[in-house]
Design a protein. Structure first.
Lengths: 299, 433
């Protein structure tokens, strides 16, 4: 376990922002931290990055209580991007490396590695204020990962990126994950969560309302809809399943959406269907993360 | 921990000393100070060309010609016509002015006029007033049968030399010179505290508004960040001050050798007086040079640096806390003003302190930590007792530690606070977080 958040609570001026949050993040996973505005996501990220301290509870990093010595092992891309506007890119990134505790030589080597990897070497002597927003975002991402952290926290990472750079960022996330890095990704973009994340943690009104592996959560929220195709004609069976939609082609082939009414395993359901038609495909229709998010927020 | 603090100090230092504005002010500072002294003299010289004044006197009983004697700067032409003809004649000339003395009632002299084709200089007007007053005073003395020469002999012009007996030696002091040195030191320390304190304020606001602070405090503590900034900017100030002192030293050495100021050392002064036609002026100059030589500038600079450091660190910490509380520089006014009141008040009291540097008020103000940097600079050239200096130093250092602790608390609490103007009540609450 890379990070364990144990019964963490935080209050601001009498308002409970986080209440008894418990969460574990495995090494190499990409956790999507989801929730509506004001749910407590940024506060939780700030507690993990040690910007603020929790009122109650503890955080463990690699099974040890999290403290200042782990600053170098955590990279943070805040939602509100920030760099020194009048400082050039190279100096800025090297300075941030040094603040993380790296030596001058290590910092320069890290800059050279990431300058090449993100194709920003030519911006070395350019002041941040002279760069476009997208270019600044790239530098900001470099600032987050340049010190080779084990845990990378990205708060709304795709904001401000054009599709090309957004894809570049996704590729970098996958590459870094394959190198053993762990991610916490806070975003409102559900399609990105679906595409990138392995786990999610959903916060609402200061508490965790759902967490776990995405596949398992999807199964849990599956609505009993199945997509089937094959040869023949399907008819609904009272109290077992309804045919919601069915299309036919000229060679007696069909595609249909079925709603299972009676709990049973997939094998049992397939057996029943095979009595009517010749199946060529059968799979449950899973809810999207967007569906699950909206469903949970409406409760 | 220390390494990170050093990195912050280094960045704050390097970013500022690299700026063109820093290089220009550092190099030109001593010259600008010199210019402020030279330019007024130069301007005075420019405007002091020869002026010719036409004079029409309607009082034949008054012998005024002996009063208007030609000098290096003024020439006088007497016209024996009526004033209207004189005015017409004056229009045809390039003369500076036309002075008309109408028929005067010596008891109540009225109607004296100075005509000119443009604005007349204040010097010329004052000179004409002085001469006219002298004419009328002497005429009144004559009418009272008093010889003006007797009155001149009665008049006295005493100049008292102040001699400082501190340290079992007698040293001639020139009070005006000490006042000048005091003022210079106090203005400089005020400027340094205020300018560099404002740098701290702006630096904190810049980091807050650019939002980089959220990244920085994942690596360093807010206290490290605040202290790094304050110390880094302090180093910039010290470098600038050192450069100014060095350049000023070079300029002084040049002036000293160019104008052979060694003539005014004690050994040479007797000889200089003996050769001089104007002993009083030479003595005055000797006093000035002697006073400057007697001020221990090494000690003065050490005291200056000490009080600058303490004053700057004290105010710098408060300015940093103010910067952390607000989102923009315009929001700082409501907090900056109350903080700078002691600094401004110091200047209000400067004249009172100069009048009596040893008074109770002067001693209290030079120990009170928020006014002591400026007031001690004013008092020091006049001589300060050691216990007062020690007491003042201890008080300001203790206050600095306390206020740095308080400011750090506010800084830490408010650094990530956006979009709300804090009230004094909130600030009070933050102190106890």
């Amino acid at each position: 376990m890379l990070l364990k958040i144990d019964h963490v609570s935080k209050e601001y001026g009498g308002k409970q922002v986080l209440k008894d949050i418990t969460l574990s993040i495995e090494k190499g996973s990409i956790l999507g931290l989801l929730g509506p505005n004001g749910a407590g996501k940024t506060t939780l990220l700030r507690i993990i990055t040690q910007i603020i301290a929790p009122d109650k509870g503890s955080i463990f990093f690699k099974d040890n209580p999290l403290n200042g010595s782990y600053a170098r092992h955590i990279g943070y891309l805040p939602e509100e991007r920030g760099l020194y506007k009048k400082m050039n890119v190279g100096e800025q990134l090297i300075y941030l490396c040094k603040l993380k505790g790296m030596s001058a030589n290590e910092s320069i080597a890290a800059w050279q590695k990431w300058a090449e990897r993100l194709d920003i070497a030519t911006w070395k002597n350019k002041n941040i204020e002279t760069l476009s927003k997208g270019m600044q975002q790239k530098v900001q991402f470099a600032a987050c990962v340049i010190h080779n952290p084990d845990l990378i926290i990205l708060d709304e990472p795709f904001t401000g990126f054009d599709p090309v750079n957004a894809q570049l960022l996704k590729n970098e996330i996958h590459t870094l994950r394959s190198e053993g890095k762990t991610f916490i990704l806070s975003t409102h973009r559900m399609e990105s969560v679906e595409e990138i994340c392995t786990d999610i943690c959903m916060l609402n009104r200061a508490i965790v309302i759902e967490q776990g592996k995405i596949e398992k959560i999807k199964v849990r929220y599956a609505s009993g809809l199945y997509h089937v195709s094959g040869k023949g004609r399907l008819f609904g069976v009272e109290e077992l399943f309804h045919v919601i939609a069915q299309t036919h082609s000229t060679d007696d082939r069909f595609e249909a959406t079925l709603h299972l009414l009676h709990p049973m395993t997939s094998n049992e359901f397939i057996q029943i269907l095979m009595e009517q038609v010749e199946l060529t495909s059968f799979y449950p229709k899973m809810p999207t993360m967007n569906d699950i998010f909206i469903k949970l927020m409406m409760i | 921990m220390t390494g990170k603090l050093l990195h912050i100090i280094r960045r704050e230092f390097v970013v500022r000393v690299r700026k063109r504005s820093f290089i220009i002010t550092t190099l030109s500072g001593p010259f600008l100070i010199a210019l402020t002294m030279i330019v007024p003299i130069w301007v005075a010289m420019l405007t002091s060309g020869e002026k010719t004044i036409m004079i029409v006197n309607d009082n034949p009983q008054l012998d005024i010609q002996s009063y208007f004697t030609d000098s290096e700067h003024y020439k006088y032409i007497f016209i024996n016509t009526d004033v209207e003809s004189a005015k017409k004649a004056y229009y045809e000339t390039q003369y500076a002015a036309l002075l008309h003395l109408p028929l005067l009632n010596i008891s109540v002299p009225q109607g004296i006029a100075l005509y000119s084709k443009g604005s007349i200089s204040i010097d010329t007007k004052m000179l004409m007033e002085h001469i006219c007053n002298k004419i009328i005073e002497n005429e009144r003395l004559n009418r009272a049968n008093i010889d003006p020469k007797i009155l001149d002999n009665i008049r006295s012009n005493v100049k008292i030399h102040t001699i400082n007996m501190a340290g079992n030696s007698e040293k001639i002091n020139n009070t005006s010179t000490m006042v000048a040195v005091s003022l210079f030191g106090s203005v400089l320390i005020y400027m340094f505290i205020f300018i560099y304190g404002t740098y701290v304020l702006r630096g904190v606001i810049e980091e807050k508004t650019s939002r980089i602070v959220e990244i920085l405090i994942t690596s360093v503590t807010p206290i490290q960040l605040m202290m790094g900034k304050i110390i880094g900017i302090c180093m910039v100030a010290l470098v600038q001050f050192t450069c100014w002192i060095s350049f000023s030293g070079i300029i002084t050495m040049y002036i000293s050798s160019h104008y052979r100021l060694e003539r005014y050392t004690e050994e040479n002064i007797a000889q200089t007086i003996a050769q001089s036609h104007n002993v009083a002026n030479t003595l005055e100059l000797y006093e000035i040079i002697s006073t400057i030589q007697d001020i221990n500038f090494t000690n003065y600079i050490i005291i200056f640096i000490f009080y600058f450091l303490c004053g700057y660190l004290l105010y710098g910490a408060i300015f940093a806390a103010i910067g952390a509380m607000v989102d923009s520089e315009t929001d700082t006014q409501q907090f900056i003003f109350p903080v700078t009141i002691p600094l401004i008040l110091s200047f209000v009291f400067v004249s009172a302190v100069m009048k009596d540097p040893g008074s109770d008020l002067s001693v209290i103000l030079s120990i009170f930590p928020f006014t002591s940097p400026i007031i001690m600079m004013v008092r020091y050239p006049f001589g300060v007792e050691s216990w007062q200096l020690a007491c003042s130093a201890v008080v300001i250092m203790v206050t600095f530690v306390i206020f740095t602790y308080i400011s750090a608390k506010i800084y830490r609490t408010t650094l990530l606070l956006y979009g709300q103007k804090p009230t004094y009540r909130q600030i009070w609450k933050w102190l106890w977080y």
